[in-house]
Write a protein that binds this ligand. Structure first.
Ligand SMILES: [Zn+2]
Length: 284
């Protein structure tokens, strides 16, 4: 119980901790309490978990119907979720209806090659996947991040195997302070922890506040994010000569991750790949 509170403050309220030393002291007290009374905590924790389960039964991450296990989908939502599977375009990870053989590219990848090497996403951005993304982004459902990251790791297995460092798409600091957390960083943090890869959330910064991309046409999206990212000089070391895995929640037209890739490429990485939870698929 205390660990959870401490972690919450530790992870999501870092800016507040820096501003308010007293809050930092409270977190440290909680950590101390936890280390000294671990066994007591585990007893309290079990009782609390039992009580919480009765008071707050686990609900579907897509629709909030009651389910057997926390962090799972109900059967209806499971059927609605479209996992992106092979055979797929070697660059964009978009599924083909027929197996074209290894390394085959989609028409989009041939006509307009992106600046990054490969992009992969776990699910099509539609229906329940859209609700899950919006719950994480706008309703502070950070409890969804580990579950979403698990599916991303499955879809991006080979990208993770090749990567040296994970970098989330950053928010502009104004948006970070109004929203309090960056959903891409939450996903990236879990993937880095589970895979043991380096996590560099400050390697790239968004230097100008961009309009929300929702509702913009492809060309407007490109204009909106052009030159929006910069790498602080001291962060060159995070990127140079390394394979960079950029993590975001949704891939729509690719304008944001392409703009960020171009900024990263100026620092001569060994390569850049993109991993998102969901991706807009034209035929859905
Ligand atoms: Zn459901």
């Amino acid at each position: 119980m205390f660990g959870l509170t401490g972690d919450f403050i530790g992870q999501f309220c870092q800016p507040l901790r820096l501003q308010y030393p007293r809050l930092d002291a409270i977190v440290q007290c909680m950590t101390l309490f936890e280390s000294h009374y671990g066994s007591l905590k585990s007893g309290i924790g079990r009782v609390a978990a039992f009580g919480a389960r009765i008071a707050f039964p686990p609900v579907c991450v897509g629709c909030r119907r009651i389910v057997a296990e926390p962090g799972t989908l109900c059967p209806q939502c499971w059927l609605d979720l479209r996992h992106l599977e092979r055979p797929w375009c070697a660059v964009f990870g978009t599924p083909f209806s027929h197996d074209m053989g290894t390394g085959f590219l989609s028409a989009a990848a041939i006509a307009d090659p992106p600046p990054f090497d490969r992009a992969r996403a776990a699910v099509a951005y539609d229906g329940v996947a859209r609700r899950i993304v919006q719950n994480l982004k706008y309703r502070d459902r950070t409890d969804l991040a580990p579950w979403m990251a698990g599916w991303m790791m499955r879809a991006g297995k080979s990208l993770i195997a090749d990567a040296d460092v994970i970098v989330p798409v950053p928010l502009h600091r104004h948006r970070f302070f109004s929203r309090r957390f960056n959903q891409s960083a939450e996903l990236a943090r879990v993937i880095a922890r589970k895979s043991g890869l380096a996590f560099a959330p400050e390697a790239v910064v968004r230097i100008r506040p961009t309009r929300r991309q929702v509702g913009l046409a492809a060309r407007e999206r490109e204009e909106n994010v052009r030159g929006a990212f910069r790498i602080p000089e001291e962060r060159d070391i995070d990127l140079r000569g390394r394979r960079v895995l950029i993590v975001d929640d949704v891939y729509t037209t690719g304008a944001t991750v392409s703009s960020m890739t171009r900024a990263v490429l100026k620092h001569k990485p060994a390569g850049v790949d993109i991993l998102t939870f969901a991706r807009v698929i034209a035929d859905t």
